[in-house]
Design a protein around this ligand. Structure first.
Ligand SMILES: Nc1nc2c(c(=O)[nH]1)N=C([C@H](O)[C@H](O)COP(=O)(O)OP(=O)(O)OP(=O)(O)O)CN2
Length: 364
């Protein structure tokens, strides 16, 4: 599959709203407020940005301009039913940017809606449980063979268009469906639960899927964060894992115009996310060990972390798109299952190079 380069941008806004279509007595019928986050992913044509390398900054500026009428406003005065999905549609209709692949609105850290390129609305809500586990089949000496624990996070994604007659999907419905699973998974040892004797993120995501899909036909993905830096998505057929790394680096964007601040030496705390798709190893119960992803990436990580990126050998320019391509060329042979790389110099903004399925968006 040809690689596609997407640029990403995120812009926060503060607003008040009431959602009057909810049942009598629902707390969201009262006037309340959120710190919203609007996000966009776009496959921008060459030459769209002010200069090569300015794409995510220019995308962010376009998004900021689009959401400005929502900031510190009463949303009901702007759109009659200001749900996350309707807000995403409002933004998508007004955002004057070519190649939009998705638009998302997060009303809290734990819930939001994403509109994909086919105009499907994916509602998502995040839940958390605290549990112990060990992985019984890992090689002798692997740290995950020891009893340990995590604050696991789960995101349930529902595609409004998958549900058919299942029209009643909202955040409350996702929470109601999750509650019995939370009761089973929270503050226990996962290995004791039938079906979770080998509780990898992959097995957990498919276990949750098989419990919820019959009740929620609109379920499109189950995402399990095992740690803050690694996790797995499952859509009933495919497993996609990701592993995050953070690195600190300096750069100059030499292609920016004379007088532009980005020509000066500056720096970022980068978030790099490696996505891999692979079948499940039936004994180990995982696709690729997160630890192996980190270990195989380490030599490249050492070239990026606490370095000056525009001085890297073979790097054409230090903008996110160029840097991702540079990384891909140097890691692909070691990680053949890799099919997407995200790079964010600032939270929610950057680029994503994808040569497999996109998979669900992860919240910022
Ligand atoms: N594909 C999978 N790989 C691993 C799983 C898994 O479920 N699926 N699980 C583990 C361990 O349980 C481990 O606790 C988490 O692994 P890892 O990301 O390597 O943990 P770190 O604490 O080392 O994370 P850093 O943020 O990189 O320090 C292992 N692999």
């Amino acid at each position: 599959m040809n690689a596609r380069l997407f640029h990403l941008a995120a812009v926060p806004f503060e607003a008040a709203c009431r959602v009057d279509i909810l049942p009598e007595g629902h707390r969201c019928r009262r006037l309340h407020g959120h710190s919203f986050l609007a996000q966009v992913r776009a496959e921008l044509p060459l030459g769209w940005a002010g200069f090569p390398g300015a794409e995510s900054d220019d995308l962010q500026a376009a998004l900021a301009c689009c959401v400005e009428p929502l900031d510190y406003r009463d949303l009901n005065a702007i759109l009659p039913i200001p749900t996350d999905e309707n807000l995403a549609r409002w933004v998508r209709d007004r955002l004057d940017v070519p190649g939009i692949a998705s638009v998302g609105i997060q009303s809290t850290r734990d819930q939001g809606a994403d509109l994909d390129g086919a105009d499907h609305a994916h509602l998502w809500r995040r839940f958390r449980f605290e549990s112990a586990h060990r992985l019984p089949n890992v090689p002798e000496g692997h740290p995950c063979g020891r009893m340990h624990g995590h604050g696991f996070e789960v995101i349930l994604h529902a595609d409004q268009d998958l549900g058919g007659q299942d029209m009643g999907i909202d955040f409350d419905r996702l929470a109601a469906l999750w509650t019995p699973l939370h009761d089973e998974l929270h503050q226990v040892c996962l290995n004791d639960i039938p079906g979770l004797e080998n509780p990898t993120s992959e097995r957990l995501s498919s276990w949750i899927w098989s419990r919820l899909k019959p009740e929620l036909p609109a379920l499109s993905w189950v995402t399990v964060y095992e740690t803050a830096t690694a996790g797995c998505h499952f859509d009933g057929a495919h497993y996609r894992i990701w592993k995050e790394q953070r690195f600190e680096a300096a750069l100059r964007l030499e292609r920016s115009p004379e007088g532009d601040a980005r020509r000066r030496l500056h720096g970022h705390s980068y978030l790099l996310r490696l996505h891999l798709t692979a079948p499940l190893d039936q004994v180990l119960g995982w696709t690729v060990d997160y630890g192996d992803v980190k270990r195989l990436f380490k030599p490249l990580y050492d070239r990026l972390d606490h370095h000056r990126l525009d001085a890297l050998d073979g790097l054409e320019a230090a903008d996110p798109g160029s840097l991702i391509r540079w990384i891909r060329e140097r890691i692909q042979d070691d990680l053949p299952e890799l099919d997407r790389i995200d790079l964010q110099p600032t939270p929610g903004c950057g680029a994503s190079l994808c040569w497999g399925e996109l998979g669900p968006a992860l919240p910022t």
